[in-house]
Design a protein around this ligand. Structure first.
Ligand SMILES: [Zn+2]
Length: 247
């Protein structure tokens, strides 16, 4: 055993085990090591503060077949990234329905009006940015209303929703003392409402349980008894979601 093997895992930004590269998540109080396969098929290792490189490597080796299987699944789901063009007739989804883009000569920003997205012609160069801003603004209002009954079911008076770009994650949540907040990716607003509900429920459950433990899934199940269907559907339709790439 080398000296490196006994070093704390968290001294490293990344752990490489043969052909697998894991980003090491910042240390948090937790009892178990967990591997997370992200939507872009990148790997994250979450571990208690005291874990050594040697122990983490042994853990990864024991889980190797599981990791490969997950990576295969991810490949099946992640096609080429969706790229949008900001031209007349391009389709953009909102709440599970597709709307055509129309360019107009005036206006200050994106509008969804009479079944079409309207983009001022002079903003075509920053079309992606203008659309992201629209999803963020409109989505914030929509989600803050939508989350209320779910939050109430969890026993939370109020939970604030922030809409932002979260890379390859639909949402994120961390319990706080005081008012609770969850973050939702602006791209989530392209999904049908029933799937957005699943994302909300998933993040709400993280306010009670940080990790994907059996307790976590039982909270999800209590809030949304049909969640298995939503979870599978989300994984399948996720690949068709536009994440902001334009040309
Ligand atoms: Zn989660």
């Amino acid at each position: 055993m080398t000296v490196t093997a006994l070093a704390p895992l968290h001294d490293l930004p990344e752990l490489v085990v043969d052909d697998l590269l894991f980003k090491v998540a910042p240390p948090r109080e937790r009892k178990t090591i967990e591997i997370v396969v992200e939507r872009d098929a990148s790997l994250v290792l979450k571990a208690p503060p005291a874990v050594t490189v040697e122990r983490a490597t042994r853990f990864v080796n024991a889980k190797r077949q599981w990791v490969y299987r997950k990576l295969v699944e991810k490949d099946a789901l992640s096609g080429p990234p969706i790229v949008k063009r900001f031209v007349e007739g391009e389709g953009f989804a909102y709440l599970g329905r597709s709307y055509r883009l129309t360019l107009k000569s005036e206006g200050t920003g994106v509008r969804l009006d009479r079944g079409r997205f309207h983009l001022p012609a002079d903003q075509v160069d920053q079309g992606a940015k203008a659309m992201r801003r629209w999803y963020t603004e409109v989505g914030t209002q929509w989600l803050r209303k939508r989350i209320r009954p779910w939050a109430a079911r969890l026993g939370e008076e109020s939970v604030t929703v922030e809409v932002r770009d979260l890379g390859f994650r639909w949402g994120s949540a961390r319990p706080h003392p005081g008012p609770q907040r969850i973050n939702i990716h602006w791209a989530t607003l392209q999904l049908p409402p029933s799937l957005i509900d699943y994302v909300l429920v998933h993040e709400l459950a993280h306010l009670r349980e940080l990790n994907h433990t059996p307790e976590f899934w039982s909270i999800v199940d209590r809030l949304m008894p049909n969640y298995h269907t939503q979870k599978t559907t989300l994984a399948a339709v996720g690949k068709n979601i536009w994440l902001g790439e334009g040309r």
